[in-house]
Design a protein around this ligand. Structure first.
Ligand SMILES: [Zn+2]
Length: 232
């Protein structure tokens, strides 16, 4: 820390007995001081606690890193079924995040909770709910075509995989699948159903997919090229 880069802070004097330094939610450093404390005393106090202050600011920056790169603010676009919808922060939404009138409407209290994780959770919940509404119907449509019966279907966080299946035919889909166009979701569904014939990526497996989705290569490529964009 050099004097060329002084620590900036604001001072609020009031009828209090002791002084206190806080890093506010917006990252600003504020010194709350008694009325009698002069500038020199406050400067000394800030100096004495500068390591704590810098550490706290660094923590604040780390917590807000995701927000600044992603910015959950008005106008930011988010994907649903391959289309982008703009975000609008509203006074009240029930549930916290809804897609209405062509916009994602997010309750401001989620944003003001101060954590990106709260907003991310709201999005995850939204996609999970939509997944539960849409994916079982796609599975029911394609299962007879593939010639297999699916078990339970869950929409969850499957890590780096789009989906997975168990030998019993239970299917797991990543909630991020709901950001992709339906055509791509169908490919993911058929891919998993075909694994019930072949639990591998053999020629026989791809041949099985080809019977149901002759254009599967296009869909597979789309997912490979665009998959990274499917995130909140
Ligand atoms: Zn596979």
């Amino acid at each position: 820390m050099t004097t060329a880069n002084p620590l900036r802070y604001s001072v609020i004097r009031s009828r209090r007995k002791t002084a206190d330094i806080v890093v506010e939610r917006d990252g600003e450093v504020v010194v709350r001081a008694p009325e009698w404390a002069d500038d020199q005393l406050i400067e000394q106090m800030v100096h004495n606690r500068k390591y704590w202050i810098y550490k706290t600011i660094a923590e604040w920056r780390e917590l807000n890193r995701f927000r600044s790169s992603r910015s959950y603010c008005n106008g930011e676009g988010f994907l649903y079924l391959g289309s982008t919808y703009r975000l609008t922060i509203v006074a009240d939404a029930e549930p916290d995040l809804v897609l209405r009138d062509g916009r994602f409407q997010l309750s401001q209290n989620v944003v003001h909770a101060g954590k990106e994780s709260a907003v991310r959770n709201a999005f995850q919940k939204f996609y999970q709910q939509k997944g539960l509404e849409k994916i079982p119907a796609r599975v029911a449509y394609y299962a007879p075509k593939v010639g297999k019966e699916a078990g339970k279907i869950r929409i969850t966080d499957t890590g780096h995989r789009w989906a997975s299946c168990s030998p019993q035919g239970n299917l797991l889909f990543h909630w991020k699948c709901m950001m992709a166009p339906l055509k791509i979701i169908d490919y993911i569904v058929v891919h998993e159903l075909c694994h019930l014939h072949h639990p591998n990526h053999s020629d026989a497996f791809w041949n099985e997919i080809d019977k149901v989705l002759p254009d599967y290569r296009e869909r597979k490529d789309w997912l490979r090229l665009n998959g990274v964009r499917l995130d909140v």
